[in-house]
Design a protein around this ligand. Sequence first.
Ligand code: NAD
Length: 447
Amino acid sequence: MNETQQTEENLNPLYISKCQFDRAVMQFDELKRGLLEFLTTPKRIIEVHFPIEMDDGSVRMFKGIRVLHNQVLGPGKGGVRYHPEVTVDEVIALATWMTWKCALVDIPFGGAKGAVICDAKLLSTAELRRISRRYVSELDDMIGPYIDIPAPDMYTDQHTMAWFYDTYDKLHPGENNRPAVTGKPIDLGGSFGRTEATGRGCLYVTERYITVADNLPFDSLKGTTVAIQGAGEVGSVVARLFKEQGASIIAISDSQGSIYNDNDNGLNLEQAFEFKQEHGTVVGLPDTRTITNEELLELECDILIPAALGRQIHQGNAGNVKAKLVVEAANGPLTPAADAILQENGVIVIPDILANVGGVTVSYFEWVQNIENQQWELEEVNVKLKMKMQHAVDKVIAQLHRLNEQQENPDKEQTQNVCGKPDLRTAAVFLAIDKLANVTMERGIWP
Ligand code: NAD
């Protein structure tokens, strides 16, 4: 993205989530003003600063963040990200999206998110373990099974969650602490299917959408061409599962670049992941062409799946997207300007709060299993996940139809002028806000 484009568009994630909220709120006949403020204001923002002894004996300061956005539906729930560029505003936006996701799929959790500002790729395992333990101990009783429950996100995984759990358990001896953290290894109370849940949920959501909706030139994944940005926990699973259903994965990327092969079968994924394991990147895999991440987003393909960072498709490149369907496996990969441009160009977008909600759904299953001291079979987890994903897609499509019908009412012309025709994101956010507003009023404003 060049400098001019950056000055033209506000890329602050908090601004982006607020735009999405406002666009959905325009569709309501009435919502109390104070309630709107309550639904956009985080309940608490914690910043912690702590020293870590590095492997070479030096001492470095780190900053950790935990945002609890809303607890109306239950304890906070959200991943923890280790990234050098993460900001408090970004964590607030991510926590807000978690609140909407849980409300949308009827999970009894509120939204939360956390981060440690660090470059995980430059840290040793021992340094990461010390950072993880210290972060959890600094958060102290601000997290817990009925307060706020962490999970993995970018550059954290089940090993990080094992350290989180172990630290929390040491601080709370004599209790069943397993439900305090999700995304744990299986033998520590993790759920079968959690590691691939976000990617699998993304598959179920996409399959349901393309079979039910009648606005795409394909009604199954068989024979479709797919480009995926990101080859991490989410992107790699999405690639494998979409391929199993007959899609051809023509491009995939990581932080170092993208590989591309548009022959009939697309990329050989097993080779690509083995190569990444060995060389730390997919770039350089024999028989593939190296392209930039920007080029990947603009490839001629049926489905584009951003599965890495936020704000990847924006005012500057949205007009060049040639995919017919964009599935937001990542959180916040599109800006509001990109939404408008893609809608104008007839590109369908399955929004993040629906497309990647499989992760928090199986985290919820893990929490239930931990409370009951049970472990469900993988098949049971996947059947339950599929039902939840299909139900959520059907709800969002039905809501979009209702919003479109309302817009045909002349009284609503004003709304249409201000925020354009509703899309799947507007419908999904509408459903989430509607539920949160109703439950808040049912519970009554305290005291
Ligand atoms: P990960 O750390 O496992 O993988 C991230 C991937 O993105 C890596 O392949 C990395 O190389 C790539 N990447 C980093 N910078 C890039 C860049 N500039 N260009 C292209 N690729 C780049 O993370 P993950 O868990 O797979 O998460 C990916 C996205 O999915 C994030 O937006 C995350 O918030 C979202 N998400 C994850 C989960 C989950 O359960 N892990 C759940 C919901 C949403």
